[in-house]
Ligand binder design. Structure first.
Ligand code: SF4
Length: 233
């Protein structure tokens, strides 16, 4: 590794560097959109209840924020806990979460998970990654978000925005979200792990958008190597 690269990596991985990025991105999000990701809003409304976070994260997959928020609120008002959810018919769940993506499949999944939580975990959402991943249909992103927001357990939740922005900024060079999770754990001080997802999801929705990011509005436009960005605004 050249001296310049080593120096640059040291700068990138320092606490001061991430402090600066986090505060400049936050300020820009506030100026441009004032929006938090849907699951963060639900977490705030439900006082970080792990059940509400699990349910809204499952609803949010491949679904727009506005739809996720309304669908989650409708379902949680009828089923504020796992026992009420298990008591609902699958068709009722479908109706409550419609029009989220794959609402029929998700209704079956929510019903199955509610049964599993009751039979295997006495109706509680488990607080370990392994147990969460053992629930049918729960992937690493959902598990990590529940750990983050529901239990305040350090974990890096990597969705498409976290994966893409971390690579564009040159923090990591990875091909998949799974690789990104491990790579980010290696370079990022632990205190940034929980807030990273909320920050980069909001930033990816408003500034560093997947196709043609708004680099002209980005406070990091001079320092960002814009890796893989072919077109920007
Ligand atoms: S400069 Fe452009 S590519 Fe880099 S973080 Fe900002 S918006 Fe994203």
């Amino acid at each position: 590794m050249s001296v310049e690269t080593e120096h640059r990596n040291k700068q990138i991985h320092s606490e001061e560097y991430f402090d600066r990025i986090f505060s400049s991105f936050k300020e820009t999000i506030w100026k441009e959109s004032k929006k938090l990701p849907s699951v963060s809003l639900i977490a705030f409304e439900c006082k970080n209840d792990p059940f509400a976070i699990l349910v809204s994260t499952l609803i949010s997959l491949r679904t727009k924020d506005e739809v996720t928020i309304k669908a989650s609120e409708r379902l949680l008002s009828k089923a504020p806990d796992v026992f009420h959810l298990e008591a609902l018919e699958t068709e009722e769940i479908e109706g409550l979460i419609y029009p989220c993506a794959f609402f029929k499949r998700k209704a079956i999944q929510l019903k199955d998970i509610s049964r599993e939580l009751i039979t295997r975990f006495s109706g509680k959402v488990p607080s370990s990654k392994e147990e969460l991943l053992s629930l049918k249909g729960v992937g690493i992103k959902t598990a990590n978000l529940v750990l983050n927001l529901g239990f305040e357990i350090d974990a890096i939740c990597v969705d498409c925005h976290v994966h893409q922005i971390s690579n564009r900024m040159g923090w990591i060079a990875t091909r998949t979200p799974e690789e990104s999770e491990k790579a980010l754990e290696n370079i990022m001080p632990r205190r940034f792990w929980i807030p990273l997802n909320e920050l980069l999801v909001a930033y990816g929705q408003s500034i560093c958008t997947p196709i043609s990011p708004f680099c002209s509005k980005c406070p990091e436009k001079m320092s960002c190597p814009k890796i893989g960005v072919e077109k920007s605004r």
